[in-house]
Design a protein around this ligand. Sequence first.
Ligand code: XMP
Length: 527
Amino acid sequence: MDKILILDFGSQTTQLIGRRIRDMGVYTEIIPGDSALAPEPGPDVRGIILSGSPESVYAGGAAPDKKVYDCGLPLLGICYGLQRMTVDLGGTVEALPGREYGRIGVTVAEGGSGLAARFLEGFRPSFTAWMSHGDTLTKLAPGFREAGVSDTGYPAVLVHGEKPWFGVQFHPEVTHTEGGNEILSAFVFGVCACKAGWTMEHYVEETRASLNERIGKSPVLLLVSGGVDSTVAGALLLKTLQSDQVHLMYMDTGLMRKDETKTVKASLEKLGAKRLHIVHCEGEFLEALKGLCEPEAKRRAIGDLFITIQEREVLRLGLPEHYFLAQGTLYTDLIESGRGVGNKARLIKSHHNVGSPLVDAKRKAGRLIEPLDKLYKDEVRRLGRFLGVNEEVVRRHPFPGPGLGVRILGEVTGEKCGILREADAIYIEELKRRTDGEGRSLYDAIWQAFAVLLPIRSVGVAGDERKYGWVLALRAITSSDGMTADVYPFQIKDLLEISTRITNTVKDIGRVTYDISSKPPATIEWE
Ligand code: XMP
């Protein structure tokens, strides 16, 4: 399958480049910008993109393996990537007196032949582009010519006279750039001649073949959380292997949403699960959380107990030594979420499995299966639908591993879990049945919504009586990846009606507030 390799120099938008190209049906792989391309980039690679970076080429910015310039493959430098190519190939880059930041016009000259013409076909004669750079090219590398210029007078589009080398000073991957997709498409299809082979059918076929080959008749244990990722991973295993080979383990920690265990059980059974092990351990978790108020102490207690119970229960299953362990790790869980290159720690899902000795041991033994590790979240949702996973599960908002444990501020008790579960369920149900101006359900328009139980009680009246009830905060945010978030701008009528229904139904809640903090500076969760 044709593939575009993306060298990541740490730009916030590198992920987006990958997403845009995958949406065109071409597989992309993102690797650290300074990775060795030994012995060569790989037989399926049709082109290489050098990403942007928060660094300057002269101050700490990483450089690619020099092979990138000898391998004969088409190259596209984006922002820092273009400056990097310029410096590596004999041009110069200097600091701008100001910065080019935000929407800036670009004009593209006509002309060129061969691959350059095919690349330039992707550009409108003039368009608005999104820029974000403090350096500019002051001398082009030999063989390059300026095919487009920004309204501020700096080189914006470069093509090489002989080699299949191209560069843009702006970010075609962001939606603020007009016609950005056509530019990427001109590179991917026009220049690299990729065939669009990245389809769900193809992915499923290929993954099933490799799972069958790797696992054979051995048992597999998948740790399911009830979220989209692990459920889709389960569906893939169940549609690939014999159902009695697939062991699914789910822990009901008592910190789950309302009816979560029922929903998980029903959706996995519908997918053909026969060996579903539900571990009821609510009592153990509440015991471990007794008296703990500090968020990190609570998280640690939950994480540690999770590991203890997991190991105990896995032993209890009595699986043979050679069993495989599977988890629903996504592509984005594996690649760096911070910035810069060279220090790309493998990020394990910030889930229950963080640092789990069981996962580590299986990884070392080559018996860890991560069948979604090439996919982005929205691709996992598409795969889920393709495999017949319940729509309710596929559309589900993210839920943190420690669950209600970090949404009940202060000490967690069984009673508080019950109160929060009820209030949260009402909130979510209301979001699912209300629509926005475009006819979408509020639940689908919002990236993540949940209720938080505050450790405060306030005075109110109910009938003629004084009521002393808990305060509930509602949170609803829009985001693309959870790294940053904006507050969802509800119509006030929706908030008022939701608040009324909660306080009328959940008698222990006396007051409802709406959290209007973006991330940063706040985080999405409260603890
Ligand atoms: P924050 O609160 O860090 O959340 O802005 C970002 C996203 O991550 C989720 N989250 C977690 N997910 N284990 C998880 O699996 C955790 O410990 C955890 N903490 C936060 C959060 O719900 C949001 O989607």
